[in-house]
Design a protein around this ligand. Structure first.
Ligand code: VG1
Ligand code: CO
Length: 550
């Protein structure tokens, strides 16, 4: 058995997007496609000036969400890692690790970094998507400097270094060897569960289940299942069957593992049935997203972040208060109102969890969130689905109030930020690019214009200067801000694998308690018309409405 050097040719399309490199499985299964990207990553990590110190002799964490091609990829990556100076790999048993668990393992074991095999909320299976992302030694997604360096390396790559050893057993705990490299097959749940134990009052939660509090967690046949089962049913004594669709399947059982009311319709149906449980939740493919649902009541992710901020001190892990909060730009400003009331710093970042890392590392934010069903805290450097579920369970336990009561009381106190996201999927790439380009060039003329009942007070393309390292990220989304605080935002998705997806984010504030219970789409219909008027979506795309509204 030896390390082989094999010539290879660059692929031009290996630039990571919002969250790693995502492609159709067929693209990833082309000869050398995965190998090239991983070789480029290892090359960059072995160049000491890219990340400060080199990977040689260090430990990497490896695991994925269990989707099709996960297992084969693990074997390939082990052979590449062994040939490129990695001393040790901590591999989730069965090749399984959720995204937040990778983050937890990196941090708990002080690893150099970790590789996550996941296309997250994108569908899986032979016809679905696959993905790979790299997390740095803080446990968080690689920053743009690193991902750009990896892309640049993929463009000039000429050879692969890989061991030719046979595949190893990845399904039993224990230590084995690939060439000189040690592979520790670890329990995927243990480190993560320890972190949860340190944040939440498990006695309180156990007591809730003992008293008959009922919960339905839909893991959507994805990687959150083993974590939710071990913690909720195992440690906290929730009855068997509390977690459904709990076994990670290679094709997620045909489900689209994106926890929103459209794709998690089965959970929504259960939560509106006569015998609905007290609390419901779902997670996505790699278990970093969450949707929380009360009886007949869906919580908007932006509101979820605001409520968590308002009530954080009820949770042991946050009882001393928060250092600050952060949200992505398209996320509603509901959390801003809470931060203001509590005197907390509040940051507005571009879309994607990688932008929260510096704020968390620098101790400037404790909670972070995105409108795309993502919330998390400084306990790891990723958004975290099960953490959010435990947080909401704890809020109900500590207050004795239902989800609906908690949210409606919040609106009465802080006002309501009506919020929706309209996705237009499968648009031709050139049509989408032209739409955005035309929007950008129309920006200077828009300020001061009246549209509907409002006037535009600011129209720009969002740019972010990282307050910690001063790096600047431009072109992060076109935003129209209105004189009454309403917002319309346009951006193109950076996680899709087919055509382009236009995301239109609509928000308006309602202070009057008598007007806070209008159905969301009705409450935002006028702003949707404004978006159409400004961008000409239906004329350009031929679509009469969004493919998905969440
Ligand atoms: C989407 C969401 C973004 C999220 C990203 C990764 O990105 O909008 O908020 O961070 O997915 O989530 P985009 O570029 O498609 O809008 V996950 O759970 O798919 O890693
Ligand atoms: Co995800």
């Amino acid at each position: 058995m030896a390390i082989q050097t094999t010539p290879t040719q660059a692929f031009t399309d290996q630039r990571p997007g919002t969250s790693g490199l995502r492609k159709k499985v067929g693209v990833f299964m082309q000869p050398h496609y995965l190998e090239n990207f991983v070789q480029a990553l290892l090359d960059v990590l072995n160049t000491s000036d890219a990340v400060g110190h080199a990977l040689q002799g260090q430990t990497l964490v490896l695991g994925g969400d269990g989707r099709f091609f996960n297992r084969a990829s693990v074997q390939t990556i082990l052979k590449l890692a062994a040939a490129n100076g990695v001393a040790r790999v901590l591999l989730g048993c069965g090749g399984i690790l959720s995204t937040p668990a990778v983050s937890a393992v990196i941090r708990c074991r002080q690893a150099f970094g970790g590789i996550v095999l996941s296309a997250s909320h994108n569908p899986g299976g032979p016809e679905g998507d696959f993905g790979i992302k790299y997390n740095a030694s803080n446990g968080g997604p690689a920053n743009e400097t690193l991902t750009e360096a990896v892309f640049a390396r993929t463009q000039v790559l000429t050879e692969l270094r890989m061991s030719d050893v046979p595949d190893i057993d990845i399904d039993t705990l224990g230590t084995r060897q690939v060439e000189q490299m040690q592979v520790d097959v670890i329990d995927p749940v243990a480190d993560y569960a320890a972190v949860m134990r340190g944040l939440f009052d498990f006695e309180l939660l156990r007591g809730m289940f003992q008293k008959g509090f009922t919960v339905r967690v839909d893991a959507m046949n994805a990687v959150g299942g083993p974590y939710a089962k071990a913690i909720l049913e195992g440690e906290l004594g929730a009855p068997a069957g509390t977690v459904v669709n709990a076994v990670p399947l290679e094709d997620f059982g045909g489900l689209h593992p994106d926890p929103n009311p459209v794709n998690a319709e089965d959970l929504i149906a259960h939560m509106s049935a006569a015998d609905a449980p007290d609390f419901g939740a779902a997670m996505d493919g790699d278990a970093d997203r969450n949707m929380v649902v009360g009886r007949n009541f869906v919580v908007s992710p932006s509101d979820s972040l605001a409520l968590m901020t308002a009530h954080a001190k009820l949770i042991p892990g946050y009882q001393d208060g928060l250092l600050g909060v952060a949200r992505s730009m398209p996320t509603s400003a509901a959390v801003d109102r809470v931060a203001k009331a509590l005197g907390l710093p509040c940051f507005e970042t571009p879309t994607g969890w990688k932008f929260f890392g510096n704020l968390l590392d620098a101790g400037r934010a404790t909670l972070c969130g995105e409108e795309s069903y993502g919330t998390g805290s400084s306990h790891v450097r990723e958004k975290d689905g099960l953490w959010a579920i435990l947080f909401w369970l704890s809020l109900q336990g500590a207050t004795g109030k239902s989800v609906q009561t908690l949210v409606q009381e919040h609106w009465r106190t802080y006002g309501r930020n009506y919020y929706t996201r309209h996705d237009y999927e499968g648009i031709a790439v050139d049509v989408a690019n032209r739409l955005m380009a035309d929007l950008r060039s129309s920006l200077p003329g828009l300020v001061g214009q009246s549209l509907g009942s409002r006037q535009i007070s600011l129209a720009d393309d969002f740019a972010y200067t990282d307050p910690v390292d001063g790096s600047v990220s431009r072109n992060q989304g076109v935003r129209l801000l209105f004189d009454d605080g309403a917002r319309v935002i346009f951006r193109l998705s950076g996680t899709g694998t087919e055509g382009a997806t236009l995301r239109v984010y609509l928000e308006r504030f309602e202070a009057d308690p008598a007007c806070q219970d209008v159905p969301v789409q009705a409450a935002l219909a006028e702003l949707a018309a404004v978006a159409e008027q400004v961008a000409g979506i239906s004329v350009r795309t031929g679509m009469t409405g969004p493919s998905v509204a969440t």
